[in-house]
Design a protein around this ligand. Structure first.
Ligand SMILES: Cc1cc2nc3c(=O)[nH]c(=O)nc-3n(C[C@H](O)[C@H](O)[C@H](O)COP(=O)(O)OP(=O)(O)OC[C@H]3O[C@@H](n4cnc5c(N)ncnc54)[C@H](O)[C@@H]3O)c2cc1C
Length: 382
């Protein structure tokens, strides 16, 4: 159920204040240390950011998709690594359980994910199975009242700090969707090995690593929904929501970048006048604003469709494709407007330029979004 307007506005105001007063001033510290400071994690938990859209039955705020994206527009105003920590818990880190968990699995894990006591992680990608996720090889074999998992997952967000992994594993050899099942694997399970944090281009503080299963034994009750064969379809549904969330984040970041670029253009003088007065600079500002506005409208429209219970696979892919490419162009122009300063790490645009490159790659590359959009469109018109 949607929040009343006043409550939603209060929440958005509180998040906006938190972002401006606490997160933006901590961006440099995060970039240098690669760790979200513990006092900020606590404040994020107190604000309810780990459980924004998890049902109030499980301790979350129960936001609709439209409400969630409006909050994420605010969270996008700062380094995306802050969002990555809490956003994974309401997105890919919890959605498999929300969509397909048993009552017991929901009751067991969702309250801890909603409060941030437990960090969630979603493990689909493998060294030889990225865009072609259906070719994944991590296996799960039934052994009495347990399953035994073997194989390696790669680039798994939050793995070094996660308490719970939604792991897609093969329970039948054939290449088809219902050969893949999802397991809820707790940190500390015997045979679960977490790799060293990956060294990345950007998003310092948003940790990823390998997750290795070496005869990792989990109870049969770890099988999501108590049923084999629903893992691949559940993953695709999880990503439908995740893609809208990431699109909203790109809208927020583009807004921040445009603000930084305009502020710089007003301050920086060349040829005796602020560079904001040059029409070629204005063209970059105008193109960025127009694309940002289009992305914002798309994301809100798709979020409302999802709230009405409509299938948004195509719309989520359109939003992900357009918003992630859009924020890349906006970041590039923001660097250009800053001139040489935009290449220096003391300016936030340099960091954001590297941070946003990821969005065109994870949760389905731009090419995969194009394939999804084309497939759904051809299906609809055939
Ligand atoms: C920082 C980071 C965090 C991540 N977090 C997670 C996570 O939490 N959980 C998780 O499971 N995964 C995660 N990933 C993995 C991510 O989802 C994959 O990297 C992504 O899906 C692409 O897979 P790949 O890297 O194997 O590239 P590949 O699939 O090898 O793609 C290489 C290139 O080929 C293109 N390509 C592939 N297939 C086609 C095709 N059919 N047609 C046209 N072009 C194609 C791609 O678009 C890309 O340009 C993360 C990745 C990164 C970098």
């Amino acid at each position: 159920m949607a929040l009343d307007t006043e409550t939603l506005n209060l929440l958005i105001d509180a998040v906006r204040r938190f972002v401006h007063e606490r997160l933006i001033p901590a961006e440099d510290e995060l970039a240098a240390s690669g760790e979200v400071p513990p006092d900020i994690v606590k404040e994020m938990r107190d604000l309810g950011l780990f459980g924004l859209s998890i049902s109030p039955d499980y301790g979350g705020l129960g936001l609709t998709m439209e409400e969630e994206v409006r909050v994420v527009f605010e969270l996008g105003q700062t380094s995306p690594a802050f969002r990555s920590l809490a956003g994974t818990n309401i997105g890919i880190g919890s959605q498999a359980i929300v969509l397909a968990g048993t009552d017991e699995q929901r009751a067991n894990y969702l309250p801890k994910l909603a409060s941030g006591e437990l960090i969630g992680s979603f493990a689909l990608t493998e060294p030889d199975a990225g865009s072609d996720a259906m070719s994944l090889r991590v296996s799960a074999e039934r052994d009495g009242d347990c399953y035994v998992l073997n194989g390696t997952k790669r680039y798994i967000t939050n793995a070094p700090i996660a308490g719970l992994f939604s792991v897609m594993a093969r329970t039948a050899p054939e290449r088809r969707a219902n050969s893949i099942s999802c397991f809820l694997v707790e940190a500390g399970a015997p045979g679960l090995i977490i790799g060293k944090p990956d060294k990345k281009m950007g998003q310092a503080g948003a940790l990823t690593s390998d997750v290795v299963f070496d005869n990792c034994r989990v109870p049969a009750s770890a099988l999501l929904g108590g049923e084999e064969g629903n893992g691949f379809r559940t993953s695709m549904r999880v990503l439908d929501k995740g893609r809208l969330h990431i699109s909203a984040l790109c809208v927020g970041i583009a807004d921040r970048l445009l603000r930084d670029a305009v502020q710089y253009a007003n301050e920086r003088k060349q040829f005796g006048q602020p560079i904001a007065e040059f029409q070629l600079i204005q063209a970059m500002i105008a193109d960025s604003q127009a694309e940002l506005y289009a992305a914002r409208c798309m994301v809100l429209d798709a979020a409302r469709m999802r709230d009405r219970g409509e299938n948004t696979t195509m719309q989520a892919a359109c939003c992900k494709l357009f918003s992630t490419e859009m924020v890349g162009r906006v970041a590039d122009r923001a660097v250009q407007i800053h001139g040489g300063a935009g290449y220096m790490s003391e300016y936030a645009v340099e960091r954001f330029y590297r941070d946003v490159r990821l969005f065109r790659i994870f949760e389905g590359t731009s090419q995969i979004q194009q394939l999804v959009i084309a497939r759904e469109t051809i299906k609809a018109h055939s």
